[in-house]
Design a protein around this ligand. Sequence first.
Ligand SMILES: NC(=O)c1ccc[n+]([C@@H]2O[C@H](COP(=O)([O-])OP(=O)(O)OC[C@H]3O[C@@H](n4cnc5c(N)ncnc54)[C@H](O)[C@@H]3O)[C@@H](O)[C@H]2O)c1
Length: 283
Amino acid sequence: MAISKVFVIGAGTMGNGIAQVSAQAGYSVTMSDIKDEFVKKGMDTISKSLDRGVKKGTMQESEKAAILARIKGTIDMKDAKDADLVIEAAPEILELKKSIFKQLDEICKPDAILATNTSSLPIGEIANSIKNPGRVIGIHFMNPVPVMKGVEIIPGRKTSEATLVASKEYIKKIGKESCEARDYAGFIVSRLVDALMNEAFYCVMDGNKPEEVDKAVKFCLNHPMGPLELCDLAGADVVMHGLETMYKEFGERLMPAPLLKNMVRSGDLGRKTNRGFYNYPQK
Ligand SMILES: NC(=O)c1ccc[n+]([C@@H]2O[C@H](COP(=O)([O-])OP(=O)(O)OC[C@H]3O[C@@H](n4cnc5c(N)ncnc54)[C@H](O)[C@@H]3O)[C@@H](O)[C@H]2O)c1
C-alpha cells in the first residue's frame, strides 16, 4: 500500500500541522475544512510556521515555496477520492467523526487508509461505523505537530496489518517516531498525563504549593512543563472532561480529584479565565 497522496480533514490547530509535515516530507497534500476562510487560515499558519525556518536559516525560501506548492486547499470532501491516506483532524465529537468516516467510506478508493487524530475516542467504534473497518487506524499527533517528535499509532481490533504497516511507514517518512498504543480511553499519552495531573491535584490538596509541585516535576523529573501549569494551559474543564472519560474506562484510580471539580465549578479554569493554579494578567 504505497502512500503518495495525503488528504487532511480540518485545517485547525492539528490539521494544518499535519498538512505541513506531510508536505515537508514530499507528499502531495490536500487540506480540507468546511469554509474557505478556515482553509485560508490554515494555509497562513503553515506559511508563518515555514517562515520561522527560513528566518532561522534552516530552510531556503525556495524550499518553503516548494512545500506550499504541494498543499492544495478544498472545502469539498469528494476531493479525497484519489487519496491514499486520509487523516481526520475535525473536532473531538464522536458522532461527527463517525459521520465523516461514513462519507469517506463512499468517496475514497477501497484501499485508502482512513486515520483519525482523535486524542481519546475509541478507534473501534469509529471503524465499526463503516463497511471496511480494516482500513481505519488512529494516528495521534502531538501539538505543535511540526515540533513534537512522537506520534501515537492506535490499531483498533479490526485494523488490518497492511494498514498498520503502511501507517508506520508514513510516520517514519515524516521524520517522527511511532509509539503503538492499544485502543483504550486516552491510549498511552493522554492516560499517563491525566494520571500525573490528577496526582498533582492531590499533592496540592495535601498542602503542597503549586509552584513547588511544578518545580519538582520540571527539575527532578526533567519534564519541560509542570502538570499544574499544563492544566492551566489546557483548561481545567478540558482536563476534567478527559479524566471523566478515563474514570468511565478505568474506574476509581482515574477519578477526578475533588480540587479539580471545585475549580471547574468556581470557573477557575486556568489561563483562559486568568485564574487557575496561578494568576494570569487580564487579557
Ligand atoms: N489541539 C490539540 O492539542 C490536540 C492534540 C492532539 C489531538 N487533538 C485532536 O485533533 C482533533 C482536532 O483538534 P484541533 O485542536 O485541531 O481542533 P480545531 O478546532 O483547531 O480544528 C478543527 C477543524 O476542523 C474543522 N471541521 C469541522 N468539521 C469538519 C468537516 N466535516 N470537514 C472538514 N473540517 C471540519 C473545523 O472547522 C476546524 O477548523 C481533535 O480530535 C482533537 O482531540 C488535538
